[in-house]
Design a protein. Structure first.
Ligand code: SF4
Length: 418
């Protein structure tokens, strides 16, 4: 486990699974695939999981649970407690920064990962997936899942999975686990968000990185509608009106059945829906630019819904209207791109005269991730959901369950690494 990380919205990473497969355009420049291919030689960690090909680094499709990595959150308890004493909150830990937990095919293997999260309340675990459909299926029967994860916890810790009153010791949803989906455009948002909002979680998070197109999340708010025929989610302006002047009706844009939308409940912010949004542009070789209005729109939607917003980075490309003339790093002109709000790119020469203002074409300059920074319209957005109660500071001295788990893992000095 990395004790520190360059990922701005977390404090540590933990990778109990290895390997992945590409699933959508957001995976095109997957940094995990690049790193894995670099360490895929004989006897190296990613041997068999990734390879170098003429077309670039590629996953092989093998995805495994790495048993030796599973108990890292338990072994890092002391580090987490020191962090908590210093910062007054539990450290956040991003599970599977190099893979996707729900890419594992076996529910039992996912149970094992959740059991280790349940047994390490000194961390706030953050799980992101692009296999959003797998999450509500995995949690479909909460009582059964609680039992399965409880059995794993029991065999790891030796503690009974039931409290004296017969209730589960580790009930779902786990209070120290945030679950989320990664999206990159409207299509992936429409596909994955319904699964997320049907998944019980302490916090539901959405990571829009790399953001590759405009995303309207209002369809997931109380302004949104859901088609009763195909479950398409949208807003009223998107429904198609038939041509017949005298007898027109609205049709669902996806299934084209006569409109039978029902309003969606409120899915944002405090109301138990999307509890946190992260936005970021792409970095690394081949990075694609992010139109500033895509990020602005999501910021504004979050603010309107009262949900915390985290602007992680511009990525490689900085909009020209954000260039700081006093910052020499912004002068390093490597490349420029003219990008419309719909995602089309235009030749640099002549785009001003050849594109209508409605396209909102903006010039972006490739200056590199570090130079581009993470200010949006001059403001740093680093909001988080309300901090979890700090497991160590708040309750370690009072909670007998936590004390029992701590004692269990303190018994073997080899399990403790400061
Ligand atoms: S799901 Fe994540 S880890 Fe897997 S290929 Fe896509 S970007 Fe990479």
């Amino acid at each position: 486990m990395a004790q520190t990380t360059n990922i701005e919205w977390t404090d540590a990473t933990w990778n109990p699974t290895r390997g992945c497969r590409r699933v959508s355009p957001g995976c095109l420049n997957c940094y995990a695939e690049k790193i894995a291919a670099r360490f895929s030689g004989e006897y190296l960690a990613f041997e068999g999981f990734a390879k170098r090909t003429a077309a670039g680094p590629r996953w092989t499709g093998r995805i495994d649970l790495i048993r030796s990595k599973l108990d890292e959150p338990l072994r890092r308890r002391r580090w987490a407690e020191n962090f908590a004493l210093e910062h007054g909150r539990n450290p956040r830990m991003f599970a599977n920064s190099m893979s996707d937990l729900f890419a594992l095919e076996s529910d039992e293997e996912i149970d094992r990962v959740f059991a280790h999260m349940a047994l390490s309340p000194w961390f706030t675990h953050q799980v992101l997936t692009k296999r959003a459909d797998r999450m509500p299926k995995y949690f479909a029967n909460m009582a059964y899942r609680t039992e399965m994860i409880g059995i794993e916890c029991e065999s790891i810790s030796g503690l009974s999975r039931y409290l004296d009153d017969g209730s589960p010791r580790w009930p779902l949803p786990l209070p120290n686990v945030w679950l989320g989906v990664s999206i990159e455009n409207q299509e992936t948002a429409d596909e994955r968000l319904p699964y997320l909002i049907n998944t019980p979680a302490a916090v539901r998070m959405v990571s829009a990185e790399p953001l590759l197109g405009p995303v309207d999340l209002r369809r997931w708010s109380d302004e949104g509608l859901e088609c009763q025929h195909c479950a398409w989610g949208g807003i009223e302006e998107q429904c198609q009106r038939t041509d017949d002047e005298d007898d027109w009706e609205y049709l669902c844009p996806r299934c084209e059945e006569p409109c039978a939308h029902t309003p969606i409940d409120e899915y944002w912010g405090e109301k138990g829906g999307i509890g946190w949004l992260i936005v970021g542009g792409e970095s690394g070789d081949g990075a694609r630019p992010m139109h500033p209005d895509w990020a602005r729109s999501l910021r504004d939607q979050c603010q309107a819904a009262g949900a915390p917003f985290f602007f992680k980075q511009w990525g490689e490309w900085l909009p020209v209207d954000h260039v700081d003339l006093y910052n020499p790093l912004h002068w390093r002109l490597k490349q420029e791109s003219a990008l419309s709000v719909t995602g089309s790119t235009y030749p640099i020469k002549g785009w001003r005269s050849s594109t209508p203002e409605s396209e909102r074409v903006r010039l972006l300059r490739r200056v590199g991730k570090k130079a581009a920074g993470r200010l949006l319209d001059g403001v740093e957005h680093s909001e988080f959901p309300e901090a979890q109660p700090c497991a160590y500071v708040e309750s370690a001295h009072r909670n007998p369950e936590l004390i029992a788990v701590r004692k269990h893992f303190a018994a073997d000095p080899d399990k403790e690494t400061a």
